[in-house]
Design a protein. Structure first.
Length: 373
């Protein structure tokens, strides 16, 4: 029997894509970000995108769109906006409206009564209110009849070429044991980490500010990761380099692979960084290493804030390169402005992490079948 899913706060659909890779049928997604909704609709043709804030989303509407009755949905997934929890937001707190949007998720849980739930968020959720958010989520789900466990998952442990940490809550109302997927990639594991070379080494070489349109791949796929993400594609889309100004272009040649702002001559540094301690801002003006992992892909791949400089070319990474580093298949076309495209990529759950979660859910669900037998 096909397992079904609904994705709240779905964004461009990274988690949905991963669940589909695992074998789930995603029926619907909801988000208030218009451009992300267009991306979701284009890349999940069998799911219904429902636009608008979750506060306006009714359980009746979800049931009507999906054809499901209460209790029939296999899994409800979602990642309430993480800005209020993020360590990058120094004003975070439970007073922030975004920190209480998980209650809207809980409202849908109560109305749909799915068998399983999955919630994901940034590690900063542990520190908000001294852990208040985590305790509240688990207590309120328990009140609805769900056993829930959370764990920190590292995206790179599941084949994503990027250092990324996410707190993943998994729960069910069936009394089944709960666990999280075991790492598959890394030293002494079944597969090595996926490197930046593995991830983007086949993409066309372009220069700062260049937009080649939709060129063919530079090389044949040379890694399992490239083969998986390319699928049947023959050309590359959204592979245009942002145009950096002269002051930045004067800085970049001084930065080697694995280097950062510390390698820039003092007289070329931004004024604020001339006073910085050399132990601070370790990722700023960082150049990627072909044999390494990317830093966390944020919603703005600004070289002033992170290691988003191409390993060889003096330029920032493109939307396609950011998407590859998030493990998005190349068939994903991100709608909206260039800024909105980067936001969609950076906000997403990496599809390969979603796939690992989905496959593990299916393993946990099989215990229900064995029990019934």
């Amino acid at each position: 029997m096909t397992k079904t899913a609904i994705d709240l706060f779905c964004g461009a659909g990274g988690l949905s894509a991963g669940l589909e890779m695992a074998g789930f049928r995603v029926l619907a997604g909801n988000d208030c970000f218009e451009a992300a909704g267009k991306t979701f609709s284009a890349t999940h043709p069998n799911a219904q995108f429902i636009p608008g804030p979750i506060e306006d989303l009714s359980v009746e509407q979800l049931m009507r769109v999906t054809g499901l009755k209460k209790g029939e949905l296999t899994v409800l997934v979602g990642g309430p906006p993480c800005q209020a929890y993020s360590v990058y937001n120094h004003k975070r707190g439970m007073h922030d409206r975004r920190a209480t949007l998980f209650r809207e998720y809980l409202r849908i849980v109560q109305g749909m009564k799915p068998e399983w739930i999955v919630m994901e968020n940034v590690k900063g959720i542990y520190s908000i209110g001294g852990g208040e958010a985590v305790r509240t989520i688990k207590a309120e789900l328990a009140a609805l009849g769900y056993d829930v466990e959370e764990a920190v998952l590292k995206a790179e442990d599941f084949g994503v070429p990027q250092e990324r940490r996410r707190v993943v809550f998994i729960g069910n109302r069936l009394g089944l044991p709960i666990s999280h997927p075991d790492p598959t990639h890394g030293p002494d594991r079944a597969h090595p980490f996926t490197t930046i070379q593995d991830a983007i080494g086949d993409l066309p070489e372009i220069e700062n500010g260049e937009d080649p349109g939709a060129p063919a791949y530079r090389t044949e796929a040379s890694s399992a990761f490239q083969r998986q993400l390319r699928g049947n594609a023959t050309h590359v889309s959204q592979h245009a380099a942002p145009r950096l100004g002269k002051v930045n272009m004067d800085r970049l040649p001084h930065i080697p692979q694995g280097g950062s702002w510390r390698d820039i001559p003092h007289e070329l540094l931004p004024a604020g960084m001339k006073r910085a301690k050399r132990s601070d801002h370790t990722k700023r003006y960082g150049r990627m290493r072909w044999d390494g992992l990317a830093c966390t892909i944020l919603t703005k791949c600004d070289i002033h804030w992170g290691a988003y400089i191409h390993p060889e070319k003096d330029r920032a990474i493109t939307v396609r390169e950011a998407a590859r580093l998030q493990s998005f298949p190349d068939y994903f076309e991100f709608f909206g402005s260039k800024t909105e495209q980067y936001i969609q990529v950076g906000n997403a759950v990496p599809p390969l992490l979603g796939k690992a979660i989905g496959e593990h859910l299916l393993t946990l669900m099989s215990q229900q079948v064995r029990r019934a037998a």
